[in-house]
Design a protein around this ligand. Structure first.
Ligand SMILES: NC(=O)c1ccc[n+]([C@@H]2O[C@H](COP(=O)([O-])OP(=O)(O)OC[C@H]3O[C@@H](n4cnc5c(N)ncnc54)[C@H](OP(=O)(O)O)[C@@H]3O)[C@@H](O)[C@H]2O)c1
Length: 379
């Protein structure tokens, strides 16, 4: 195979002049270090976490694009508040794309890199929105022969996070889970995992259509935060399951507080569960997403045995170590077309992903709307 001298990589920059600028930058084809491989990227999804790097705190309602093909440029204004939050990245040209899959077309001299030559692999790296990505061989997951790069594009971020939620539950001594924005791509995976593993899961959604999606998946406990009965339904579901751990993808507003309130009310139904400081069992909410960017509001009416904290997949994987992490990765590889399958609304070229009309569609992060970038597609 003849390899090109250069390739295109998407980059995102917040300029000193308070503007977000995203474009395709031509880079020299990389020479892999002994432990590295070069992947010809065929498919890479747009997840909320990628959008964090792409757009940060820019005012995307006023985004616009200019030029076309390889010269497409997306810009958006950044407010003074946004500039403050993004201070550390001003002037840096950041590559984007947390995960993706493709064929290994060049490899360093080490045996582990050479072993991947010609294989279709998925990889976790921050540089996948590009025609090629140079990554450590260790960060690659070879796909089974029956799986394509598109099947494996979303192998890491959502599958490993959903699996790690259940692992966190076990490690921290909880027995059931609450999850918000629960009809998300990740939420649907979590439902399949919990049903297969016998873990009770309380799903919080905000629309009736989402209730139906999860019912069709076989979910037992689904509560709608838009319903007048939300707090009662949530308390009933938490009481029935005994859930004392929640993962909240919204992050902002009062949802985390409502969950803790419901956990406390559910505990109050069990005689003897109380002390003067509230219920004894520790109740924890992890804010693992920021779908609601408003401040987090905690009303604190739930005693003293509770916690609210951040949760991030790479930190959790580092905590459990390589062997435990590999077990999770192996499960993902085996169940790629079942538990961990993702469905995509549209396939985009790198340039299309910078078109402001298309950006508006994927920026909405709507249920069932997941986009895939195919960097080998004609620009
Ligand atoms: N911390 C980590 O390590 C980690 C790792 C992976 C993923 N994540 C997080 O996991 C979450 C889900 O990712 P995904 O790829 O599965 O998302 P997705 O498929 O794009 O779905 C997003 C879901 O969130 C809902 N939603 C959006 N804004 C909302 C709001 N303000 N309040 C309530 N629901 C809202 C949408 O419902 P509507 O249709 O009603 O808008 C949709 O169901 C994201 O927040 C992502 O950042 C975190």
């Amino acid at each position: 195979m003849t390899l090109p001298a250069t390739y295109l990589q998407m980059q995102s920059t917040v300029t000193e002049g308070a503007q977000l600028r995203m474009e395709l930058v031509e880079k020299p084809f990389p020479t892999p270090e002994p432990h590295e491989v070069v992947i010809q990227v065929e498919a890479t999804p747009i997840n909320p976490s990628d959008q964090g790097v792409m757009f940060g705190w820019s005012n995307m309602a006023n985004a616009s694009s200019s030029g076309d093909g390889t010269k497409t440029v997306l810009t958006a204004p950044v407010t003074p508040q946004g500039m403050g939050v993004m201070k550390a990245r001003i002037g840096q040209n950041l590559p984007v794309g947390n995960e993706g899959a493709g064929v290994v077309v060049a490899a360093g001299d080490s045996p582990e890199a050479q072993a991947l030559m010609g294989k279709t692999v998925a990889a976790l790296s921050g540089t996948m929105y590009a025609q090629y990505a140079c990554v450590p061989a260790m960060s690659c997951l070879p796909l089974l022969p029956e799986h394509s790069a598109k099947d494996g594009a979303s192998c890491f971020v959502n599958p490993l996070t959903a699996l790690s939620m259940v692992e966190t539950m076990k490690l921290e001594g909880h027995t059931a889970l609450v999850h918000t924005a629960a009809a998300s791509n990740l939420g649907q995976m979590l439902n399949k995992i919990c049903q297969a593993d016998g873990v009770e899961l309380v799903n919080i959604v905000r629309r009736e259509e989402q209730v139906k999606i999860l019912k069709d998946l076989g979910a037992k406990y689904i509560v709608n935060s838009s319903s007048d009965n939300f707090m009662k339904d949530l308390t009933d579901a938490i009481h029935a399951t005994g859930a004392t751990l929640a993962f909240d993808a919204t992050g902002g507003g009062e949802l985390a507080s409502h969950i803790l309130t419901a956990m406390e009310a559910a505990a109050a139904r069990t005689p003897g569960a109380y002390s003067i400081y509230g219920s004894i069992k520790h109740k924890q909410v992890y804010l693992y997403g920021a779908l609601d960017v408003s401040p987090t509001v905690l009303t604190r009416g739930y005693g003293m045995a509770w916690g609210v904290g951040g949760w991030l997949l790479p930190n959790f994987l580092a905590k459990i170590g390589m062997e435990a992490g590999n077990k999770l990765r192996m499960r993902v590889a085996k169940e790629l077309k079942t538990t961990f399958s993702s469905h995509y609304t549209d396939e985009l070229s790198l340039a299309q992903a910078l078109d402001s009309d298309i950006v508006a569609r994927y920026f909405a992060k709507m249920t069932g709307e997941k986009f895939l970038i195919c960097p080998q597609k004609d620009i």
